[in-house]
Design a protein around this ligand. Structure first.
Ligand code: NCD
Length: 335
């Protein structure tokens, strides 16, 4: 694999290799000197056409911890705001000698376009493209960091698995993904990856926030959060942000009032109390506190939200390492 475009492209072996490599990377991050020489002399470009805090900083930190040079490009303040096309932007980056491009774009499919257009290099010397979120489509490194976090907390609870569940998948675990599934690339990527890793997933949302065709996804669906929490007893509950910026035409079409949404689909103190003792609470950020998640739930001792952010660096180090340094040069790099 030359690029990381979609969680759906990852085989179980690819995903386990990424997670195990991330565990090794995480171990290096508790050392006093966190920097590894692995990608010295290589250039990673962060190409962000959409706002981001966590993901951009996380990719930047990951590349720097591997000693790569990092160029940050955000559409605001660049010639993109003068109407420069993705193609011309890509040609510019290629001529500057980028080895990997991390791209976030509002258009679903933009990373595929970059990876397969030839704008970033020839078939023999391609530039690795890593999808950092495209439209409502995919966000594979978020799904990987979520799987990594779930594995750390929940695999091998009863003993058996090695440290952090290394080498293990997520068979037997149950994950509820709750909220604005319709607009969420995080939900799509997680449904793909969690299924590949053997976990069961239930999506919980009002009918207006579930996409058409969700019946064909590799997961169950429910409109009833309380019934899912108490009847199905998930091991992890992943809350999704209500993405008001993608609700064009007014939020009225998608949501009842915010109060009603919170009442029916928000994770609050009462619902937290209904979870099994070992269950963890997740959120990809940024959170709408008081809407999809209450402050008590976000800050409770079951919340692993801050850890997700830390794990993101290790997972992105693993992805950059495996794509840029981890394979045989004859066949290009491979995961
Ligand atoms: C997510 C995203 O951008 O898709 N956030 C993130 O990457 N940390 C989820 C969201 O914006 O709600």
């Amino acid at each position: 694999m030359r690029h990381l475009l979609s969680a759906a492209d990852l085989s179980r072996e690819d995903a386990i290799r990424l997670l195990d490599t991330a565990a090794q990377m995480a171990a290096t991050q508790s050392r006093e000197i966190k920097k590894l020489p692995t990608l010295r002399g290589r250039t990673v470009v962060n190409l962000f056409f959409e706002d981001s805090t966590r993901t951009r900083i996380s990719f930047e930190t990951a590349a720097k911890r591997l000693s790569a040079d990092v160029i940050n490009f955000s559409a605001k303040g660049s010639s993109v705001s003068k109407g420069e096309s993705l193609k011309d932007t890509a040609l510019t980056l290629h001529s500057m000698g980028a080895d990997a491009v991390v791209v976030r774009h509002w258009a679903s499919g933009a990373p595929y376009q970059l990876a397969h257009s030839g704008w970033l290099g020839t078939v023999d010397s391609p530039v690795a493209v890593l999808n950092a979120g495209d439209g409502t489509h995919q966000h594979p490194t978020q799904a990987l960091l979520d799987a990594f976090t779930i594995r750390r907390h929940l695999v091998g609870r009863a003993g058996g698995a090695g440290r952090d569940g290394v080498g293990k998948d997520l068979t037997g675990l149950k994950v509820a993904i709750v909220g604005d599934v319709l607009h969420s690339r995080v939900a799509r990527s997680n449904v793909n990856l969690l299924h590949t890793l053997g976990a069961e997933v239930t999506l919980v949302a009002p009918p207006t926030l579930l996409p058409v065709g969700v019946e064909s996804w590799t997961c169950a669906t429910s409109y009833d959060l309380d019934a899912t929490l108490t009847g199905w007893c998930p091991d992890a509950v992943m809350m999704l942000r209500v993405q008001r910026e993608r609700m064009s035409g007014g939020s009225g079409a998608f949501l009842p009032s915010p109060q009603e949404y919170s009442r029916r689909y928000g994770l609050d103190k009462r619902r937290l109390g209904a979870l099994p003792d070992h269950a963890i609470v997740m959120h990809p950020g940024p959170m709408n506190r008081g809407l999809e998640i209450s402050a008590q739930a976000a800050d409770s001792d079951r919340s692993v939200i801050v850890e997700q952010v830390a794990n993101g660096v290790a997972v992105r180090m693993a992805a950059l390492y495996l794509l840029l340094a981890g394979g045989s040069s004859a066949e290009g790099t491979s995961l």
